[in-house]
Design a protein around this ligand. Sequence first.
Ligand code: UDP
Length: 497
Amino acid sequence: MDSTLLSNLHFVFIPFLAPGHILPMVDMAKLLAKRNVKVTIITTPLNSIQFNASIKREIESGSPIELLLVKFPNAESGIPEGSENLETLPSMDLKINFFRALDILQKPIEEVLEKLSPSPSCIVCDKNIACVADISIKFNIPRILFDGTNCFNILCNHNLHTSKVYETVSDSDSLIVVPGLPHRIEMRKSQLPVIFTPGPDKELNAVRERVRTSEATSYGILLNTFEELEGEYVKEYQRVTGHKVWCVGPVSLTNKDDLDKAQRGNKNTHIDESQYVNFLDSWPPCSVLYVCLGSLNRVSPEQLKEIGLGLEASKRPFIWVIRGAYRRDELEKWLKEDGFEERVKGRGILIRGWAPQVLILSHKAIGAFLTHCGWNSTLEAICAGVPLITFPMFADQFYNEKVVVQVIDTGVSVGVENSIHFGDEDKFGDGVLVNRDNVIKAIEKVMGEGEEKEKRRERARKYVDLAKKTIEEGGSSYHNMSMLIEDIMHIKGLNQS
Ligand code: UDP
């Protein structure tokens, strides 16, 4: 593509303020800037810490990428200073304040946009930041939605909304067949995203509905997925909605060297990842289980105990990321009193902070990943050719479980039957969804010797190459990013000048 035309383009990225949304958008922004398109990421100061260092390296290497900050409206939204994202909210009662804060950001974002040069050609915005719909109308700039999931997910949601099949069952345990899909996908009503089973909070429900309807008025949808993974779903979604869709993933593969992989998402750039690498180096290929239930980790301490005791009983080496959002003190108390860490010493490592997940998953010693099925984690495992043990809890996670267990058949379910929606954990008492026996059974189904396990590993390994090639020149995701760039050029009239 002509470099002077490209230099007139300017993509603005506005990520939702949670690690699982920021990380893929930053990766995507880096990939786009590598194509010589100017990219500006707008976020708040505390959210920028987790990717600042990597952006600096991109700038030093000549990428036309920039980071601009707007102040998070703590005082105006009633969120204490020091908390600027969903992960660090001191209480889930502040969830609605958080969404109000995103609306307050409209004015500061507009002020930034007014000063940008060249003026923005389009805004790529996380679907959860609803005020950008108004900004794009005001500035007459196309708004492209970044949806942090995949085509399987958005097709399921679309077909459920249009068919309303979930309204035909009242019992939350009842199974629903999601209509119009290439596979027969059955879900319990209670496993569907919260928009299908709204709670009593009218303001939150209105936010969700606003987010959902803003999809229809966007210029198109950008997804961190790839056609070789779910081509049938990409085509079918486009067919039934007529929406423009660009699948440009897996974007985490843009982090090629170990420093980028190790630092990705970490606020502390001085972490010593060598302890994990040394541990992994000491085990044979495919023997270590990696366990991480997401950046937000909303799992109850009682449930984490069951997972821990299952890991112990499995007698396999493991790395377990416990992080710490929900009732962390109680888990720490149990760990201390029970002597768990002492008993698994030498065989198991606990990570209490941020794990260098992409680096860990790329190590040949990893044999399986017990995941909450956030889409980033799921896709990162797929790219690394690692079989999954699925432990979904809320939002899109039950859909992602189906992708892994049914569509590509590279994982097994631990057997979670009902969701506990994000922020609703206190309503569920001890919140135990599966016990240690379920955990042990799932681990034994995936790890170790046996024909079925080897076949699963082969299926998983097949995606390593497909994922790598798709973002390289000649690959479908590379091509889709070119199509996106050309499309925006076309709107700006640049390709006719
Ligand atoms: N992640 C990480 N280290 C951690 C926890 C999470 O690197 O200790 C990254 C992980 O690699 C993924 C993202 O954070 O890219 C989590 O996104 P996902 O969609 O899997 O789940 P979420 O945290 O949004 O529920």
